[in-house]
Structures are given as structure tokens and as C-alpha cells.
Design a protein around this ligand. Structure first.
Ligand SMILES: C[S@+](CC[C@H](N)C(=O)[O-])C[C@H]1O[C@@H](n2cnc3c(N)ncnc32)[C@H](O)[C@@H]1O
Length: 346
């Protein structure tokens, strides 16, 4: 851990692949040996602490956040001082051995609380973008990097996308009822200290990380966010919590750094507009953050999520302080909003 404190803000990488050989499916990337994944994570400097799978994908809780492996898609989210971008090259190489080629890359993150503690290539967004530009293959020719602002220079949303010319919008943009799907990433700081205490373990509780995690999931109401989800949870010692949820092919994930002074929690999921507002309200009630950002990404062109998000949390005392929208070449539309308790400014 950095001398300053634990960096809760995650770096997030989403890679999509394609392959023409039917023999590699239906498992695709899920055929990767566990040892190969461990080697990728070694480059990032984190480890697997727990894992679960269903018929659609595998979900791993990491020592620093989460990894999701679908047949043609990988999502890795890591916090602390991990070097997430160092996973790209080994992943491209392992996928190549399976007959899969990279078609899309998306990297996102908020603003670090302790930016000076980050190692290369995460020393600045400029360094990250240079590293990405140099690492990803040239067939991903539609590229864009953007820093989406808020009213405060310490809360920005950093986005880099790169896509090839033939596999645009790789993630299905609609659900089974033909509703537009979104990815929602919520970053919360200044958690309510009484609620944050629930993510500390009593000294020498004699429990495993899994059983202590299960208790936290129930005690905090996290299990009620989506009662249909299969949850894989883990409690760190003496504090900290991570969980992955699986509901069919939809994932959700929560990570909590409860320490006073740099408390942080994140929630991420996929869903339609109606699900999102409902879920967002439940999440805000669990953490009661002083400040919060919401980033929604959809692979269509319309993204009017921001009004629904604002209406969902205003009755809970959170006021929308800023709004920014940007479009990415063959990478969809991103909306970034910041919120704070009514008397605070973000
Ligand atoms: C890994 S968890 C959740 C990560 C998540 N991205 C977040 O920001 O909250 C981080 C919390 O667990 C605590 N922690 C305790 N032991 C840890 C370990 N071995 N590795 C990582 N975090 C640990 C940290 O101090 C922090 O409160």
C-alpha cells in the first residue's frame, strides 16, 4: 500500500476479440489456462482471491478488484498501485494462441486520490495514452482519448477507445426485450462513516475472507441490489470488501475501501435505463457518499441516461453538479456526471 493510503479509484480495461474458427467456440477466451491468467495478473501485480462461473462467463475477485472473462471479451478492473495496462500484451498473445484477434480496446478511470503514488505507465493520462497507442495493434485504427471534465479539476473521467474498422460496436447494445443497454460505473468518496464501519472485520474473528465477505454482503443489504444475482464476495483483513455478481450474462461488481480520510466505494453493472435508476438508488442508500460520479456508456448514439440518474438520486439528497457527454469513433457515447450532498460542491 502507498504511504499516503490505499488508492480506491480503479483503472478499467475492456478488450474484445474476434475469431473465425468455430472450433474455438463456445468457450473462446474461457479456455485460457488459469496459469496464463495468473501470469497476466502477475504483470499487473495482483492475484486471484476467489472465482465463480456460470454458463456465460467467469468472474474472479482479485486482491485489487475484479476480472471477468467472456468467450470474446475480457474486463479487468484494478485499484491500488497496480499496472493494469501491462496486461494488454500478454492477453493479446494468449488470445492469439486460441485463434482470437483483438478488435476493440476501452480504458477508463476516474481521478486518482494519490496520483503521485502511481507507477508507470499510470503516472499520468498522457503516459497511459502513449503506452496504449504503442501497445495496441495497428488494425485498431479508430482511436480517441478524452478527459471528460466536471466543475472540479480533481474529478475527471479519463477515456481511451480504439476499434478496428470491421467489428464496430462489439458488445450487443440491446437486451432481450430490445431495450438499449448501458454500462454504469459509479465512484463514491466520503462514505458515511457509520456505514463504512460495516466493512471492517472484528480483530481475530476467526473467519475466512469468503465467510466474512458473505456476512458483509447481507449486513449491508448488498444482496438486495439484485436478488437474482449469484454473488461471489470477499472481506479483506482488517477491512475492505469486494464482490462480483452474476445474473445470466450480466455482471455487477462492488469494491469498498472503508478507511476514514480516503474512503471509496465503486459499483459497476450492465443494464437498461429502468434497471439503472432503481439500482442506483439502492447503491446510494448503502454508502451515503458525500461525493459521487456516474459514468454511463452505451454503444448507441442516444444517451439520455443523465436525466434519469439525476432524478433517481435527488430525493436522496444528492444534487447533480456537472454533466459532460462525449462520443467515441465506433466506441459509443459516454455521459459523465458528478453529484454531491446538497451543501457540498464538486
Ligand atoms: C481490494 S479492496 C477493494 C478494492 C476496490 N477497488 C476499492 O477501491 O475499494 C481494498 C480495501 O481492502 C484493504 N485491504 C486489506 N488487505 C488488502 C490486500 N491484501 N490487498 C488489497 N487491499 C487490501 C485496503 O486497505 C482497502 O480498504
Amino acid at each position: 500500500m502507498a504511504v499516503s493510503g490505499f488508492e480506491g479509484f480503479e483503472k478499467r480495461l475492456e478488450l474484445h476479440f474476434f475469431g473465425d474458427d468455430p472450433a474455438i467456440f463456445p468457450l473462446g477466451l474461457r479456455k485460457l489456462e488459469f496459469e496464463s491468467l495468473e501470469q497476466v495478473l502477475e504483470a499487473v501485480q495482483c492475484t486471484v482471491v476467489s472465482a465463480v462461473g456460470n454458463s456465460y462467463f467467469d468472474a474472479y475477485v482479485l486482491s485489487e478488484s475484479s476480472l471477468f472473462v467472456y468467450p470474446t471479451k475480457i474486463i479487468i478492473k484494478t485499484c491500488g498501485t497496480t499496472q493494469l495496462l501491462k496486461s494488454i500484451l500478454p492477453l493479446i498473445q494468449y488470445a492469439h494462441h486460441l485463434g482470437l484477434t483483438l478488435s476493440s480496446c476501452r480504458y477508463t478511470r476516474g481521478s486518482f486520490i494519490f496520483p503521485k503514488s502511481q507507477p508507470f505507465p499510470h503516472t499520468s493520462f498522457k503516459d497511459e495514452v502513449t503506452y496504449l497507442q504503442d501497445t495496441i495493434p495497428s488494425n485498431l485504427c479508430f482511436r480517441k482519448a478524452s478527459i471528460m471534465p466536471s466543475k472540479s479539476s480533481s474529478h475527471s473521467w479519463h477515456v481511451f477507445t480504439a476499434n478496428d474498422s470491421t467489428h464496430a460496436l462489439p458488445h450487443l447494445p440491446y437486451d432481450h426485450d430490445n431495450e438499449l443497454l448501458f454500462t454504469m460505473e459509479i465512484c463514491m468518496t466520503e462514505l458515511d462513516p457509520i456505514l463504512a464501519r460495516k466493512f471492517f472485520r472484528p480483530p481475530e474473528d476467526g473467519k475466512s475472507g469468503d465467510s466474512a465477505g458473505k456476512e458483509m454482503t447481507e449486513l449491508t443489504g448488498i444482496n438486495e441490489i439484485n436478488p437474482d444475482a449469484l454473488i461471489c464476495d470477499f472481506a479483506f483483513d482488517p477491512c475492505g470488501y469486494s464482490m462480483n455478481g452474476m445474473d445470466g450474462d450480466w455482471y455487477s461488481t462492488i469494491h469498498v475501501t472503508p478507511e476514514d480520510g480516503f474512503s471509496y466505494a465503486s459499483f459497476e453493472c450492465v443494464g437498461s435505463v429502468n434497471d439503472m435508476a432503481h439500482v442506483l438508488r439502492k447503491v446510494v442508500k448503502i454508502f451515503r457518499p458525500g461525493t459521487m460520479s456516474i459514468s454511463t456508456t452505451c454503444n448507441g448514439f442516444g444517451n439520455d441516461m443523465w436525466t434519469q440518474m439525476a432524478s433517481a438520486v435527488e430525493p436522496l439528497g444528492m444534487k447533480c453538479r456537472s454533466f459532460a457527454m462525449d462520443q467515441f469513433p465506433d466506441g459509443g457515447t459516454v455521459v459523465f456526471q458528478t453529484f454531491s450532498g446538497r451543501r457540498k460542491s464538486v
